[in-house]
Design a protein around this ligand. Structure first.
Ligand SMILES: Cc1ncc(C[n+]2csc(CCOP(=O)(O)OP(=O)(O)O)c2C)c(N)n1
Length: 327
C-alpha cells in the first residue's frame, strides 16, 4: 500500500469515526431533556457543540502530526481530538462526566485534555492560540522539531488573542500553524456581518507569514496545504495561517433552533456532505469497496466500545468534588 493510499484511508476512517462519535452523542444528549428541553438534565448536561461537516479540517491537518506535536482546539473539539489520537474511551467517559474520563469527569466536552498526545481544547474562543505559540517555543528550546497547531473558528479570528498570537509567532519565527475552520457562522452571526475581510487568509500578510485559503471542504486539498505549512514550521522557517472553508451541518449547539439560517442552506450542505463525497472520490481513485467498508466498521466498532465503556464507568466519588480544583 503506498503511503498516499494509507494516509487517505486513515483520513477516511477518522472522519467516519468522528461522525459516528457524534451520531452516538445525539440521542444520549436528549435523554432526560425532553419533553421540555432542559439543558441541565440528562447524562450529558450543558452545551454540546457538534462538528459534523468539519471532519476534513481535522484529518487533513492531523495526518501530518506526531504525538509529540501539540494541538490546541476549540469548543467544537471532537473531530480534532479524534484525529490527534486522543484516547477514545477516556474521551467518551469525560463527556459523560465519569471517573475514568480524561480529566476525571471534571472537564466535559469543551475541556478535553490528553497529555499522552499533547491535545487540549477550551470553551474560551481563541484561547488556545497563545498556549500554542508557547508550546512551539518550548519545543524549539528543547531542541525538538515538534510543532504546534492552534485551531480556531472564523468568529474567533476577531479576538485580540488572534492578532497578538500571530504577531509574536511571526516575530519569534515560532514553529506554529494557525488553522481557521471557517463554517461561516459565529453562533448566529454570519461572517460577513462581523469580519472586515472576505478571506482571513489575507490577514496573514499583516503579520508577515504565508496565508493559505482552502475551499471545498476537501480532505486532500487541506492535507496538501497543511503539508506546506507544517514543513515550514518544522524546518524552522516560521508560522503560517491556513483558512479552511468548511460547513457546520448542525446548529451552533444541540437544541439550537437555527432561526438565523435558511433550512434549504442546511439541506444543500448535507447534499455535499464531505464524508460520502470522499468515499466516492476514493472509489474513483481505485480503492476497494471492501477496504473502505472494513475501515468504516472498525472505526464504528471503536466508538461503540468507547460509549459502552463510558456508560458503564462510575461517576467520581462526591467526596472528591474539590480535588484538582484550583480557584
Ligand atoms: C472569549 C469568548 N467570547 C465569547 C464566547 C462565547 N462564544 C462561544 S462560541 C462563540 C462563537 C464562535 O464562533 P467561531 O469562532 O466561528 O466558531 P464556531 O462555533 O463556528 O465553530 C462565542 C462568541 C466565548 N466562548 N469566549
Amino acid at each position: 500500500m503506498s503511503s498516499n493510499h494509507s494516509k487517505r484511508l486513515w483520513m477516511y476512517a477518522q472522519m467516519v469515526k468522528s461522525r459516528h462519535f457524534e451520531d452516538m452523542i445525539k440521542p444520549a444528549y436528549f435523554e432526560g431533556k425532553t419533553p421540555v428541553f432542559n439543558m441541565a438534565k440528562g447524562p450529558l448536561p450543558g452545551e454540546m457543540h457538534l462538528s459534523d461537516g468539519q471532519e476534513p479540517c481535522a484529518v487533513g491537518i492531523c495526518a501530518h502530526l506526531r504525538p509529540d506535536d501539540v494541538v490546541t482546539a476549540t469548543h467544537r473539539p471532537h473531530h480534532i481530538a479524534i484525529a490527534k489520537g486522543v484516547d477514545l474511551n477516556a474521551m467518551a467517559a469525560e463527556i459523560f462526566g465519569k471517573k475514568d474520563g480524561l480529566a476525571g469527569g471534571r472537564g466535559g466536552h469543551m475541556h478535553l485534555f490528553d497529555p499522552a498526545v499533547n491535545f487540549s481544547c477550551s470553551g474560551i474562543i481563541a484561547q488556545g492560540m497563545g498556549p500554542a505559540v508557547g508550546a512551539a517555543m518550548a519545543a524549539r528550546m528543547r531542541g525538538s522539531d515538534a510543532v504546534a497547531v492552534a485551531f480556531l473558528g472564523e468568529g474567533a479570528a476577531n479576538q485580540g488573542a488572534f492578532h497578538e498570537s500571530l504577531n509574536l509567532a511571526s516575530v519569534w519565527k515560532a514553529p506554529v500553524v494557525f488553522v481557521i475552520e471557517d463554517n461561516s457562522y459565529g453562533i448566529s452571526v454570519p461572517k460577513s456581518a462581523c469580519t472586515a475581510v472576505a478571506s482571513n487568509a489575507d490577514r496573514a500578510a499583516g503579520y508577515a507569514m504565508p496565508g493559505h485559503h482552502v475551499g471545498g471542504n476537501d480532505p486532500d486539498a487541506i492535507y496538501e496545504a497543511a503539508g506546506i505549512a507544517i514543513e515550514r514550521a518544522r524546518s524552522g522557517s516560521g508560522p503560517s495561517l491556513i483558512e479552511i472553508e468548511t460547513s457546520r451541518l448542525e446548529g451552533h449547539f444541540m437544541g439550537d433552533p437555527e432561526g438565523y439560517r435558511p433550512k434549504d442552506e442546511v439541506r444543500r450542505l448535507k447534499e455535499i456532505d464531505p464524508i460520502p463525497a470522499y468515499r466516492t472520490r476514493l472509489l474513483e481513485a481505485g480503492f476497494e469497496e471492501s477496504e473502505l467498508d472494513r475501515a468504516e466498521s472498525e472505526a464504528r466498532g471503536l466508538v461503540d466500545q468507547a460509549f459502552s465503556f463510558a456508560r458503564s464507568n462510575d461517576y467520581p466519588e462526591p467526596k472528591e468534588a474539590f480535588d484538582h480544583v484550583f480557584a
